[in-house]
Design a protein around this ligand. Structure first.
Ligand code: HEC
Length: 136
């Protein structure tokens, strides 16, 4: 590529990407638990939590129906247990076969970056959203 067209390409890319970078830096660090859920969980568990996300049929084990968590626990939402499941802590509830990402590790990779809350804050926000999905 002659240097002139390279320079033009470079300037064009720099021009178009500048507003995007500025926008990202201004992004509010707080996203709702609902948004976190939609971005991180809905592909498998579905927007409504019933386990029918677009990726569900590609998995060996169907994603759990997240609207029934409280019902399966005598009507009480087991917050700590769910926190561990989402975090990916060991083999909670015999879930060694987990085809689910370990969100603690995943969220920790973004920790400290502008626009991202610490892993535990994000997981707790997701749990608050899960509580709103419970059927009693
Ligand atoms: C790649 C697909 C996938 C993604 C993404 C995913 N999950 Fe899962 N999840 C599963 C599968 C599959 C199971 C069932 C695993 C099993 O029973 O061994 C499961 C099980 C669960 C369970 C256990 C429910 C129960 O009653 O036993 C919870 C809670 C859960 N997921 C929450 C979440 C949350 C919250 C997110 C997003 C932060 C998420 N999952 C993202 C696939 C996924």
């Amino acid at each position: 590529m002659p240097w002139k067209s390279f320079a033009i390409l470079f300037l064009t890319v720099a021009y178009w990407s500048a507003p995007a970078i500025a926008e990202e830096a201004d992004q509010s660090p707080v996203v709702s638990g609902r948004d976190e859920y939609v971005w991180n969980c809905a592909e498998c568990h579905g927007q409504d939590g019933r386990g029918k996300g677009p990726l569900a049929s590609a998995l060996i084990k169907p994603p759990a129906d997240l609207t029934q968590i409280a019902k399966h626990n005598l009507g009480v939402f087991p917050e700590e247990k769910v926190f561990e499941i989402i975090s990916g802590a060991g083999d909670v509830m015999g879930h060694q076969s987990f085809q689910m990402p370990k969100f603690w590790e995943r969220f920790q990779r973004s920790e400290g970056k502008r626009g991202y809350d610490p892993a535990d804050v994000r997981i707790k926000a997701i749990i608050e959203h899960l509580k709103t999905l419970q059927e009693h």
